[in-house]
Every structure is written in structure tokens, then in C-alpha cells.
Unconditional design. Structure first.
Length: 175
């Protein structure tokens, strides 16, 4: 799928408007963030869904799916990723996100551990607790409501996978 990539600074300088259904990729520096980066061999360790033009985010964090604002990441590097969805698809993406927010999904710490184990051992076993979700799984499931078909189960998608499938692919098309 074709997409456009913007940096947070583009939005801050009003060079780009946000659209519901866009998402962000970013990274933190906590021990947990570093572990995700190490196990996924990626700079990126977090993803969140943009649900309005003002920069409201829905994201799966350690306390479940919560609503925040893009300004939360004022000191971090952020890519804003816009995929080519029509307005109806964007509505479906946001509806899914709001439904998950209302259901207060719990964060999938066991899923993170299981994905790391899968990467290290090349295992095909994934352990997941019902009602839990990781950030990239949440974003991948939301984007699937807009029509993206993933090559693997969304519960296995990492921020690195989102980057590789959409951002890196887009950057390679430009070269």
C-alpha cells in the first residue's frame, strides 16, 4: 500500500494536516523500550493511532489502551504515516480504535515476551492472553479495518514490522 511519511516537525510547523487513521511510529529509551528494539532489531518500539485532525492518539500502553495527544512525544523522534484510505475506511479505523478504548484492553506483556521468544528460538508457538494487546497489534488491527491485509497475524506485528511494511517500502519506492 502506498503511504506518505512525515516527521512530527512537519505537523508542528503546520506543513501537514493530520487525518484520522494516520498512525505514528516512535521510540522510547526505557529498559522495556530497549528490549523491544533489541529483540526486533529496530529503531522503532512504539506505534499509536491518530484519531482526529488535532493529534489525538489512541495507544496501547502498560495501562491498556488510552487516549493521549501527539504532543506527548514532543521530545522523541516521530514518523507520521499516512496510508491511502478513503473517508469511509478512515471511519472504520477510528471506530475500531474507539471500541478498543471503551473495552479497556489490557497491555500484552506476555505477547511481547512470546514474540521475543519466537524471534530468538525461531519457534512457531505464541502465547497470548485474551483481552490483551500490544501497541503495534492495536495499530495493525485498526489499519486492517481500512483494508490492509497483513502477511502475518496482527498479534505478531511489531513496530518494526509496521515500519518495514509501510515506511521502508515507501522509501525504497522513492529511490
Amino acid at each position: 500500500m502506498h503511504c506518505q511519511i512525515y516527521r512530527k516537525q512537519d505537523w508542528e510547523q503546520k506543513l501537514v494536516n493530520l487525518k484520522p487513521g494516520d498512525f505514528i511510529l516512535t521510540h522510547g529509551s526505557s529498559l522495556f523500550d530497549t528490549l523491544i528494539q533489541t529483540f526486533t532489531f529496530s529503531h522503532w518500539n512504539h506505534a499509536a493511532l491518530i484519531i482526529d485532525e488535532e493529534g489525538t492518539l489512541l495507544e496501547a500502553i502498560d495501562k491498556g489502551i488510552k487516549k493521549h495527544h501527539l504532543s506527548k512525544y514532543k521530545h522523541e523522534e516521530v514518523y507520521i504515516v499516512r496510508t491511502e484510505f478513503n473517508e469511509t475506511e478512515r471511519e472504520h479505523i477510528v471506530k475500531y480504535g474507539l471500541k478498543m478504548l471503551a473495552d479497556h484492553e489490557k497491555y500484552g506483556f506476555l505477547t511481547i515476551f512470546s514474540i521475543a521468544l519466537k524471534i530468538i528460538t525461531k519457534s512457531r508457538l505464541i502465547i497470548k492472553l485474551e483481552g490483551t494487546m500490544i501497541c503495534s497489534e492495536f495499530v495493525a488491527n485498526a489499519l486492517a479495518r481500512g483494508g490492509i491485509i497483513w502477511e502475518k497475524d496482527p498479534e505478531l506485528i511489531t513496530p518494526a514490522d509496521l515500519y518495514n511494511a509501510l515506511v521502508k517500502h515507501h522509501q525504497q519506492e522513492l529511490n
